[in-house]
Design a protein around this ligand. Structure first.
Ligand code: CA
Length: 322
């Protein structure tokens, strides 16, 4: 049976790849996309999600608009990293509309419809998840698993020395989620995991391009802006934490090391805002999450290349070359 899941996303660059994982992998039953404020302008994120659904010929997947800003803080963008997050591509959006139901309500409803079965892949700030916790006392127990891209495993951040972007943008939401008592949380952190096992070199991106399908062309294009930014800060490749989060959910055999941790997030300090303290079992704290520590990087790359080989006929042109 395919795994029922929702992807909660601030759709830009690798979020698009994560959505493609949810759409193309036969192990996944992607029931909805919920949008949260994060990487780029909220409405642009929605456009990026529709472009991604289009390239997979899956515009039938419902898109729900969630929270347009963090719980407490002002929204901070990552447009310096991602540009518009969609490689400058666009599609004709006539006839496309988000669902009338709010993203938080969709998360609550989908979890309640099949208690203990729904997994949420959380690849943006955790605002929608925190709001669902606050709104519905049953939400925490109705959800099977949260797969969260965020934080660093007692390591460096990216938007600041201490803060990884998703947790930095809404540290109050992240703190709420880790304190809520979910039965199963799996974390894919930025550092060191993504920087070691979630980076594809220019040669490897060229291998993806060589697949030659509309999917592969789309992925290479949306990754270009981030690749240029990464190289400017000393990361020699394109970073894929969001697609890695979806991939390890569907294929846990990709994980070569993981451990139980007590995870908490700094929400008071400005200096270390969003810092994830991950206690590894010697401080007398009850573990609340499994943190992925290493994956088989090449197997992850081969997995994605296999998915991008899927032949699709995008119903709306996304590239003048098509
Ligand atoms: Ca994201």
């Amino acid at each position: 049976m395919p795994l029922p899941l929702v992807i909660d996303t601030d759709t830009a660059q690798d979020d698009c790849v994560a959505i493609l994982v949810g759409l193309l992998d036969p192990e996944a039953d992607l029931r909805a996309i919920t949008m949260v404020a994060g990487n780029v302008g909220f409405d642009k994120q929605v456009k990026n999600a529709w472009m991604t659904l289009n390239v997979a010929d899956r515009l039938d997947v419902p898109v729900h608009l969630g929270c347009r800003r963090p719980l407490v803080r002002e929204w901070v963008s990552a447009e310096n990293v991602h540009g518009d997050g969609g490689g400058g591509l666009a599609i004709d959006e006539s006839g496309l509309a988000p669902q009338p139901e709010h993203g938080v309500d969709a998360l609550i409803r989908l979890a309640a419809e099949s208690p203990g079965e729904l997994t949420i892949v959380c690849i943006g700030p955790l605002t929608n998840i925190a709001m669902a916790i606050i709104k519905d006392p049953g939400f925490v127990t109705n959800v099977k698993s949260l797969y969260i891209m965020g934080g660093s495993n007692n390591a460096r951040g990216n938007i600041t020395a201490a803060g990884e972007f998703n947790f930095y943008v809404d540290p109050d939401a992240a703190k709420t989620v880790f304190a809520a008592g979910f039965a199963d949380i799996v974390v894919v952190p930025w550092a060191p995991l993504t920087l070691v096992d979630g980076v594809f070199s220019r040669d490897e991106i060229a291998r993806i391009a060589a697949v030659g399908t509309p999917l592969a062309r789309f992925v290479v294009r949306v990754c270009e802006a981030t690749l240029a930014f990464d190289e400017s800060v000393g990361i020699m490749g394109s970073t894929h934490p969001d697609s890695l989060t979806a991939a390890v959910l569907l294929h846990p055999e990709l994980i070569s090391a993981s451990s139980r941790y007590a995870v908490d997030v700094e929400a008071d300090s400005e200096l270390t805002r969003g810092y994830s303290a991950m206690s590894w079992g010697v401080h007398g704290l009850e573990p609340n999450a499994t943190v992925v520590e290493a994956v088989d990087r090449l197997a992850f790359l081969e997995y994605l290349i296999g998915l991008f080989g899927t032949a699709t006929t995008p119903p709306r042109p996304f590239d003048p070359a098509l």
